[in-house]
Ligand binder design. Sequence first.
Ligand code: AMP
Length: 398
Amino acid sequence: MKILIINAGSSSLKYQLIDMTDESILAKGIVERIGIPGGKLCHSFGDGKFTLDKDIRDHTQAMGVVLEALLDEDHGAISSISEIAAVGHRVLHGGEKFTASCIITQPVIDAIEEYIPLGPLHNPANLMGIRACQAVMPNTPMVAVFDTAFHQTMPKKAYLYGVPYEFYKKHHIRRYGFHGTSHRFVSARAVELLGFTGKESKIVVCHLGNGSSLSACVNGKCVDTSMGLTPLEGVLMGTRSGDVDPAIVEYIADSEHMTVGEVVNFLNKKSGLLGLSGVSSDMRDVWAAANAGNEMAKITIDIWAYRIRKYIGAYAAAMGGLDAIVFTAGIGENDCRARALILEGLEFLGVKLDPAANDSTRAAEGPISAPDSTVQVWVIPTNEEISIARDTLELIGK
Ligand code: AMP
């Protein structure tokens, strides 16, 4: 049984073909620069790689190129489209309608369209991916897996903002949260690995990558998360500011003669690690600069860790306790110095790091807390594609 996973962006389309008998990746790749000159396919299969330079008009043509690559005698992975049992699509925003993944039907497409104002960059791109698949493989069932769905269990006290309630009623303004597929995968794996199955558990999941978010999960269900109406809220990220006083927007607009849209764009794309350090949005570059004596890079890393630490403390208070902290995504899985820095000062909560375990755990599942730590601390690599593939398989009922 083979499942194709599609993650469509506005000018890119990422894919993975997964064999569900052993969850192995048969082929994966990305089509870039869709609709702009210099289109390119980078495809990998087993140990091999294949690239194709070709201008690609739209997402439908991109899907055609992907299928050609998957069907190719030399670098493909299937001999007929009918081998693809179903397609799982990553969709950013499911608003309040989608609390779980679902089979894509016309009303689902209409709802994804309805939520375009909440996900103006991603939902249109996700729809292009869905429509492209419908065009090139009309008989293959498709499933939508929403980034927001896992967080729909949050109570009102966590998801409502302190703004007039009519804004929520009229404009759906509330906390939605993102990275839900990752938080769901990692929190479920944590419950399993840490021995919480059938028991009560209070876990903070730290998804720390270029985009970062934390979630507070009680008995495997999300009760709070750091991203909000959009992915801009929360901790400091690669290029996003995270939490700021909202009045900053008008202040910067006036001082720098910008529109509100321009300021928000700045907060999304030119802030965070990049804006503060002036070095890079990539944590490895910021560390390299800090190691070379760049003071601003050092302060940036301190701010980054401090804000994550504050969220962990807040979520321990929100949940009335803390059983485990789990790190995932690019920085969370690989960067032992960053993990140690975040946990500094959390001893009062019962967190005790095992420095040797922390230093040696990289892109692998494992505990990094000392045996006598009352809060277990773990690294659990995320796998959003497998999560999407599992949902897809379950929903098509094969
Ligand atoms: P992601 O968005 O999950 O791909 O994560 C990207 C972030 O992870 C970037 O800031 C990278 O610098 C960081 N990252 C990836 N690998 C490592 C590593 N080995 N050590 C430190 N940071 C890493």
